[in-house]
Design a protein. Structure first.
Length: 233
């Protein structure tokens, strides 16, 4: 049976509308009105994707995202009334895959669910295989969506892995934020260029890459980023 889409929303009317549209699109839906209930549902059955309100009655959506990441690679779409650009950047920095602001179009939300699931499918890089850099310091496996740094597995979200892999696939080439959004993230909506900065920040922290003396990702001010790690023969 197909894993469910978990809708975490304490407003019953909104939750009911989201569930209805997702079910009409062919998804099985599980609902939770609190963060703790959402985590219990996710532990019981790992969801296909989570639609998550940030303002919940018990614990914050930010904590829910962090605890979901400990369960596995689960795509998350934030659904919230927080609409500032800074809020969006923070949401992506937490590891969210998309960000939808209330009031919203249920049809657009379904389209975004489909887009996120398409991006997160494991076969997107199935032909890429395994590549290593800096004498095995960093190893990227496109079959498994797995990164290892200094011999240890690095827990990257699917979006973070795709950003890193896109950069590493074109070493020494400057890629603009717009290119990375298009190539790695696949967003079809405007205003997501700054999300790349949040993903790169997360990647650097997880790899232990100092942006002042980078081994892997260099910021090219005014343009974007480039991968500077040397690929092994």
């Amino acid at each position: 049976m197909l894993h469910p889409v978990l809708v975490v929303e304490d407003d019953r009317k909104i939750a009911r509308v989201v569930a209805l549209y997702l079910e009409e699109a062919g998804y099985r839906v599980v609902q939770a009105a609190t963060g703790r209930a959402a985590l219990e549902e996710a532990a019981r059955e790992l969801p296909l994707l989570v639609v998550l309100d940030l303002m919940l009655p018990d614990i914050g959506g930010e904590q829910v995202i962090q605890e979901l990441q400990a369960l596995g690679d689960v795509p998350v779409i934030i659904l919230t009334s927080r609409s500032s650009e800074e809020d969006r950047v923070v949401g992506f920095a937490l590891g969210a895959d998309d960000y939808v602001v209330k009031p919203f179009s249920p049809r657009e939300l379904v389209s975004r669910v489909k887009a996120v699931l398409k991006r997160s499918r494991r076969d997107d890089l199935s032909d890429a295989g395994q590549v290593s850099f800096e004498r095995g310091l960093l190893v990227l496996d496109g079959h498994r969506y797995e990164a290892r740094c200094r011999g240890e597995r690095v827990s990257l979200t699917p979006a973070e892995f795709k950003v890193l892999f896109a950069l590493a696939s074109s070493p020494d080439r400057v890629m603009t934020r717009g290119e990375l959004v298009d190539k790695a993230l696949g967003y079809q909506f405007e205003g997501y260029e700054r999300s790349v900065d949040a993903h790169v920040k997360n990647i650097r922290q997880k790899l232990g890459d100092d942006p002042r003396k980078p081994t892997f990702i260099l910021t090219v001010y005014g343009l974007g980023y480039k991968f500077v790690g040397k690929r092994d023969a």
